[in-house]
Design a protein around this ligand. Structure first.
Ligand code: PEP
Ligand code: MN
Length: 262
């Protein structure tokens, strides 16, 4: 179902009014994790003003260490919904397990994280819902494995899938991951599904977000996912890669200008 051969036209996915694919560009921005009402509201307002089309924020966090902040859980989703009400932005958040799905009724798009790309029971379950799914590429997944994960969702009936390249594990250690820009033209060739890029998790460094975002736009991506925090130095998760609102605002201007020039 994800194969371009049987579906020549680009799929356009509607996330609470924000369109992705077929020439529609989406920018998902917001904090890695929802932390406090002040943090999420201030960040959400700044993202909206800068031109983001979807608000991101994690409530269930897949952290490498069990001793790290694990997210606010259901309460975090409530704060994200509050930010949606305040800004009008649709929201995307990660679901790590089937048992958490009960809290996601008011979330516009379900994010499947890199670590869960091959959690086949979870993929089948979100495949039964009528809700867009953001499917991140696994840490060392091939294009074929990634598309098969999309197939797991689509085979259950839910064809509203957006792919997200977030960097893969390579021999390089200077960066957290390596952004695979080739995934854009390759996925467009193999599939009709939109593909967005996540430069924040790819490099793990805020100063790399601008060049990687512009490379992604130039490479034909259908959107971006960018982590923004009102005060990155105090972030409980992924602070080093988060943009401040002023940095995000100037990057958005460059993104819009570059898209117009294409
Ligand atoms: C995230 O988006 O905050 C996240 C945990 O992403 P990934 O699954 O790509 O590591
Ligand atoms: Mn993060």
């Amino acid at each position: 179902k994800a194969n371009r051969k049987f579906h020549p036209d680009d799929s356009v996915i509607n996330v609470g009014g924000a369109l992705i694919g077929g020439g529609n560009f989406a920018v998902m921005a917001g904090p890695c994790s929802v932390e406090t009402p002040e943090q999420v509201l201030a960040t959400a307002k700044a993202c909206k003003e800068a031109g983001a089309t979807i608000l991101r924020g994690g409530a269930f966090k897949p952290r490498t260490s069990p001793y790290s902040f694990q997210g606010m859980g259901p309460e975090g989703l409530e704060l994200l919904e509050l930010a949606k009400k305040e800004t009008g932005l649709p929201i995307v958040s990660e679901v790590m397990d089937i048992s958490q799905l009960q809290y996601f009724d008011n979330v516009d798009m379900l994010q499947i994280g890199a670590r869960n790309m091959q959690n086949f029971t979870l993929l089948k379950e979100v495949g039964k819902l009528n809700k867009p799914v953001l499917l991140k590429r696994g840490l060392s997944a091939t294009y074929e494995e990634w598309l098969m994960a999309a197939e797991y969702i689509m085979s259950e009936g839910n064809e509203q899938v957006v792919l997200c390249e977030r960097g893969i594990r390579t021999f390089e250690t200077k960066t957290r991951n390596t952004l695979d820009v080739t995934a854009i033209p390759m996925m467009h060739e193999l599939s009709h599904l939109p593909i967005i890029m996540d430069p924040s998790h790819a490099a793990g460094m805020s100063r790399m977000v601008r060049p990687l975002s512009l490379a992604s736009v130039g490479g034909g991506a259908d959107g971006l996912m960018i982590e923004v925090h009102n005060d990155p130095s105090k972030a409980l998760c992924d602070g080093p890669q988060a943009l401040r609102p002023d940095q995000f605002t100037s990057l958005m201007k460059e993104i819009i200008a570059l898209r117009q020039a294409l």
